[in-house]
Design a protein around this ligand. Structure first.
Ligand code: FES
Length: 510
């Protein structure tokens, strides 16, 4: 260990991680499957941890929400504290039955163990659960090993179709998830038999894991004929697990809207809501659901890779050296760089903040043009924005805003009353900045970061597999997929939504 690094030991999973001193624990633990119900704003207590050894900072937000006794006993908010030394911490979320926390869900206990997997294009998170108590016994995360064949879904499809690589992609991901499950069992020293494994992911991940041809997703109209539930005995996948449990890959909702979004609906309770609400997963494909207990519509919209820092001249993933926040305080820019390191580039949340600040300072015009005579704008030296970076963000945010508008119009409402933001980027993006650039035209208090809803929905499904009425089957019957690419009006709305709101014109409706 160098002076600057800290070792973090997580209990009860015994996972050992390394981080940089002063790096928010939030960034580290989010990747470990820890959920941040209020998006890490220090308002909900849902991310409480207890220090068993070591010291971590206490800030004003923690003093507000934790009592003096709790602080003395070592309780901290993971979203607010920074490690000062090596730490051993207990995770409150994993220490208690899912039922007891008000941010969690009710379940019908089952015998045995279950595994929930969120299979993302970039990352994987797998949790081992005791189905009797609801306790999470172990968590494993990894970068998707298919990454060596291409970073995003389009390059995986390209490799699968044009380079005949579908079998390689299938073998890679099946082996990786099988290996993760073995690691979960070893880490938890679990006794008992795994009854079921539930996997959720986008449509491309579904097809590549299940052995369904991705070719129909490579061309217009981007619809696949086989998007339903796929079930396997573990042995068919080459997994040697006691009792040969059943592996369920939950069904997609259509087009590029996968079972990760279906799980998100379950996790947020959108399908039971009395008022109209939206669920938005911001990524290369922005996936959007709008609905309530009466009707639901979903769609996907090609946002491009700007939110992941790709195609941005100084873009990068959210890791050490990334500018993750840009605040404008009395006309002065203040930047936060992950890991207290020199700034190297923008991650998605920093990019959205930077453009929002540029609009306020009128360095960026509502058309997206940088001020006269400027080719670049240095935001956090040496990190700068170029004209084409702003254009990339306009494409991404225009696609999301147009998707929300089109679905709202289709469902016959002006706008939803609340928006849930799913996924890692949704957890970190500043809601006021998202509103300022016109991506989410909602006051920040109506936008709720919802954490890893895909994983939470996968867990909820694990507890339903013995029952007769499966929630995800009922949701899938009630929801309608809208193909925006087939709608002649989409292009006009998209072009309109690419512009930024002029200064002073951001909506304050409630
Ligand atoms: S208090 Fe940390 S996520 Fe809500």
């Amino acid at each position: 260990m160098t002076e600057k690094t800290c070792r973090i030991l997580l209990q009860p999973t015994h996972a050992e991680l390394t981080t940089v001193r002063g790096m928010p624990l939030r960034d580290l633990l989010f990747e470990q499957g820890v959920e941040f119900p209020c998006g890490g704003r220090g308002r909900c207590r849902g991310c409480r941890i207890r220090l068993v050894q070591g010291t971590a900072t206490v800030n004003a937000a923690q003093r507000d929400i934790l009592s003096a006794d709790e602080l003395a006993q070592g309780w901290r908010l993971a979203c607010q504290c920074l490690p000062e030394t090596d730490l051993e911490i207990e995770l409150r979320q994993w220490d208690s039955a899912i039922l007891v926390d008000d941010t969690q869900f009710k379940f019908r206990p089952r015998q045995g163990l279950g595994v929930a997997v969120d299979l993302g294009t970039t990352t994987l998170v797998a949790q081992l659960l005791d189905l009797q108590t609801g306790n999470v016994l172990a968590v494993k995360t990894a970068l998707n090993a298919q990454g060596r064949y291409g970073a995003d879904v389009m390059s995986r499809i390209h490799f699968a179709v044009l380079e005949h690589g579908q079998a390689d992609l299938q073998r890679t991901i099946r082996e990786q998830i099988g290996g993760l499950i073995q690691q979960l069992i070893a880490a938890a020293r679990a006794k008992g038999r795994i009854r079921d494994v539930v996997i959720v992911g986008n449509t491309v991940m579904h097809h590549l894991f299940c052995g369904v041809e991705v070719e129909p997703l490579s061309h217009y109209p981007f619809e696949s004929p086989r998007t339903g539930l796929e079930e396997f005995a573990a042995a068919e996948l080459g997994w040697k697990l006691e009792g040969n449990p059943t592996v369920h890959f939950l069904p997609c909702l259509g087009g590029f809207v996968g079972s990760d979004v279906l799980a998100g609906i379950l996790a947020t309770g959108l399908h039971q809501s009395e008022t109209l609400v939206g669920l938005v997963d911001l990524g290369t494909n922005g996936e959007i659901v709008i609905g309530n207990r009466d009707s639901m519509l979903c769609t996907s919209t090609a946002a491009g890779p700007a939110f992941e820092g790709a195609k941005i001249s100084m873009g990068m993933r959210a890791c050490t050296g990334a500018v993750s926040e840009v605040l404008l305080e009395q006309g002065i820019l203040r930047c936060h760089v992950l890991g207290n390191a020199p700034a190297q580039g923008f991650c998605g949340s920093g990019l959205v903040d930077a453009v929002a600040a540029g609009l306020e300072l009128e360095i960026i015009a509502p058309t997206g043009r940088l001020s006269k005579g400027m080719n670049t704008w240095t935001v956090c030296p040496p990190v700068a924005l170029t004209q084409s970076d702003v254009r990339e963000l306009q494409l991404a945010k225009g696609a999301i805003a147009a998707g929300i508008k089109m679905l709202s119009r289709e469902i016959g409402a002006t706008e939803p009353a609340q928006i849930y933001l799913a996924g890692a980027f949704g957890n970190y993006v500043n809601r006021a900045s998202a509103q300022r650039i016109g991506m989410l035209d909602f006051p920040p208090e109506l936008i709720k970061p919802a954490g890893n809803t895909a994983l939470l929905g996968a867990k909820m499904s694990l507890f339903e597999l013995d029952g007769d009425g499966l929630s995800y089957t009922a949701i899938r019957k009630r929801i309608r997929h809208v193909a925006l690419n087939l709608d002649p009006g989409f292009q006009d709305v998209f072009v309109e939504q690419m512009a930024f709101p002029p200064k002073g014109c951001v909506s304050d409706r409630h």
